[in-house]
Design a protein around this ligand. Structure first.
Ligand SMILES: *Cc1c(COP(=O)(O)O)cnc(C)c1O
Length: 640
């Protein structure tokens, strides 16, 4: 294989298989417990379909996903066996979930009523199969799931519905907050009360499950009939220490080093999901056995410094002859010859504790889950052992289609192409005025136009006589692959080349992109209710909590937790508790809103939260927020 010019991401499916086996072995006492493999959020960045297949090969009896869209896609791709989805919009097309034979988690009386009504309608039509439900009980996480006062009414209603044979109570499930041993024990006791409520109502759930990777390893009592294996399947520990079982890291990211203006860089940066880290905290190894320190993770590229030039520390670093930004090889600091192949560094390196996902997480003050899950899908995953082409999925942000039945909760980035066209015309007029001034006619389309869709913007830019630019070889290759024609390549153009997007509030009137989601559920809680992992936030008075189906896999960097807000009907509400992979909780206070209400993350209208405020909560440049939207975010274009 010739050395790659661009970064690559490789997923070791043998490692996934080995991890599932090793985990199943670890939970086999006192008796074997079936495993549900969690492949939500594209299998934490590893690819849902290949990982689901690998997990099933290794004996996983169930597949778990967050929303029904993820489950239906897997079923359509040929995954057999039970698939459970647990995060539903009130506007879900339940019929489509029935047709795909998904098991559905039910989190409230209202949701049970909706599903049951659809199931009975379906029975009157042609769909005869019983719909399998898992009652999701909130035993203390304060997030999705029914509160204790609703348990008995839900089981009573289910028992009655079972008599009519459209739905079945197949399972009861809950999820730990991981807020310490005492809190875990309290959750387990609450789960027992939920099971008692089910029995008392006459339900006989065959699958009781509460434990994810961490609790399944830590508490044999919590294993019940099924354990849900997420992070462990990918070889990462759910704890802030080692997991204590044999695991193999599945994701590896490599990148060639190139020289730009005397600096050594790789074409990966914050827009690719890497976290900002202090200089020198991460050390990468290259294919010649040398160590490179990460000096700075920039928005588009990361600057490296050779750590141990093997006794040649006094040798000056040669400056490449090419103009900045255009050189691609010439990166060997030993001699700087252009014809020499560029060294390849392992950026996320299963073999090195200094550059593992855990090392990146510790240096970036986050968790290993976020490192792998947010790693950009602009770099397609390759699979080892190699898969036939049709088995690899390369997701692309799907375009919102109003005709399509809704399966996922609403998560949509709206891109105002009408505004884009006007702004491009203004930029072109200004460029004509300042003819000859460098950069005045250049528009930066890096990172798929920072998540706005380069393919949509390019024709307007060309028609206006402006010149497109990208900042990395990765983007230049992508432009070539997609037939975008000639583009300039320059690593650090001035910020004025990004005026189109409205990132800089001083430059232009408002952003091109706004990001929206919806309220899935609300619940009234009393003082003392902790919310989300580790109970970072505890209600100090009665209040109403809202569940919003967007997390760090989608758009909200975890580092914004504790500061960030969302807007509902123009009113700001704080995100409380940790930002999770698929969802956040907001404190609605006394705000009068209902499930299905539109939630705006950021936007340009009067009461919207500006993108720059999100950027400041995350301490990241605004283009990083728009460029790192995950594959579950739909893109809707407002056409000129
Ligand atoms: C994500 C998730 C899991 C998997 O958790 P890990 O800690 O990754 O094992 C299990 N259950 C639910 C409900 C989840 O949302």
């Amino acid at each position: 294989m010739s050395a790659p010019r661009i970064p690559t991401a490789t997923v070791d499916l043998d490692a996934v298989r080995a991890n599932v086996r090793s985990f199943a072995e670890a939970v086999s006492t006192p008796e074997p417990t079936p495993v549900l493999a969690v492949v939500k959020a594209e299998a934490y960045g590893h690819g849902a379909l290949p990982c689901a297949r690998a997990a099933i090969d290794a004996g996983a009896a169930w597949i778990g996903v967050a929303d029904a869209a993820e489950g239906v896609a897997l079923r359509a791709a040929g995954i057999e066996g039970p698939i459970l989805a647990w995060l539903h919009s009130p506007s879900t097309s339940w019929f489509s979930t029935f047709a795909a034979r998904l098991d559905l988690a039910v989190s409230s009386l209202g949701q049970l009523g909706q599903i049951a009504e659809a199931a009975e309608d379906a029975r009157r039509g042609r769909h005869a199969a019983v719909v399998d439900l898992h009652v999701k009980v909130d035993t203390g996480l304060g997030r999705n799931g029914a509160l204790e006062r609703d348990w008995r009414p839900i089981f009573d209603m289910l028992a009655e519905l079972e008599d009519r044979a459209a739905v079945r109570c197949r399972g009861v499930m809950s999820h730990f907050a991981g807020a310490g041993e005492a809190a875990d024990a309290a959750q387990l006791a609450a789960f027992e009360r939920a099971l008692e409520a089910a029995r008392a109502a006459g339900c006989d759930p065959e699958v009781r499950h509460i434990a994810a990777s961490g609790a399944a390893l830590a508490y044999p009592d919590a294993r019940y009939d099924l354990v849900r294996l997420g992070i462990g399947a990918y070889g990462l520990s759910p704890f802030d220490r080692e997991a204590g079982i044999a695991m193999r890291l599945a994701l590896r990211v490599d990148a060639p080093v190139r020289a730009v203006g005397g600096r050594r860089i790789i074409d990966l940066g914050l827009v690719d999901g890497l976290p900002p880290v202090p200089a020198g905290r991460i050390a990468l190894r290259d294919d010649r056995g040398r160590r490179w320190r990460v000096a700075e993770v920039g928005d588009m590229v990361t600057t490296l410094e050779l750590a141990e030039p093997r006794g040649e520390a006094s040798t000056p670093m040669p400056t490449p002859a090419e103009p900045a930004g255009t050189s691609e090889a010439a990166a060997d600091p030993q001699d700087g010859r252009a014809e020499q192949a560029a060294p390849i560094v392992a950026v996320i390196d299963p073999a090195s504790p200094e550059a593992s996902a855990d090392a990146w997480a510790a240096a970036g003050r986050t968790i290993n889950y976020e490192i792998v899950t947010r790693f950009t899908w602009r770099i397609a995953r390759r699979y080892e052992p190699e898969l036939p082409a049709e088995r690899t999925v390369v997701p692309w942000p799907p375009l919102e289609d109003p005709q399509r039945p809704r399966l996922a909760p609403l998560r949509v980035a709206r891109i105002d192409l009408e505004l884009a066209e006007r702004r491009i015309r203004d930029l072109a007029a200004r460029a004509r005025l300042h003819r000859g001034q460098p950069w005045s006619d250049v528009v930066d389309l890096s990172a798929d136009a920072y998540g706005h869709g380069a393919l949509d913007l390019l024709p307007m830019i060309r028609a206006a006589g402006l010149r497109p630019l990208v900042r990395t070889v990765l983007d230049a290759d992508e432009a070539r692959r997609r037939g975008l024609g000639e583009v300039l390549v320059e690593a650090e153009p001035p910020a004025s080349t990004r005026a189109l997007y409205g990132f800089d509030p001083a430059e232009a009137a408002g952003p091109l992109m706004s990001l929206h989601t919806e309220l899935l559920a609300i619940k009234r809680v009393g003082p003392g209710q902790g919310v989300s992992y580790g109970y970072d936030w505890v209600a100090d008075a009665p209040t109403t909590l809202g569940l919003v189906p967007i997390g760090y896999a989608d758009a909200l960097p975890r580092r914004a937790g504790g500061r960030a807000q969302l807007a509902i009907g123009g009113v700001r509400v704080p995100i409380v508790g940790k930002i999770a992979m698929d969802q956040v909780v907001v404190d609605l206070g006394e705000l009068d809103v209902w499930p299905g209400a539109r939630v705006t993350v950021f936007g340009g209208r009067e009461h919207d939260i500006p993108l720059r405020e999100w950027a400041s909560w995350c301490q990241l440049p605004p283009q990083v927020i728009t460029a790192t939207l995950g594959p579950r975010i739909e893109r809707a274009r407002r056409l000129p």
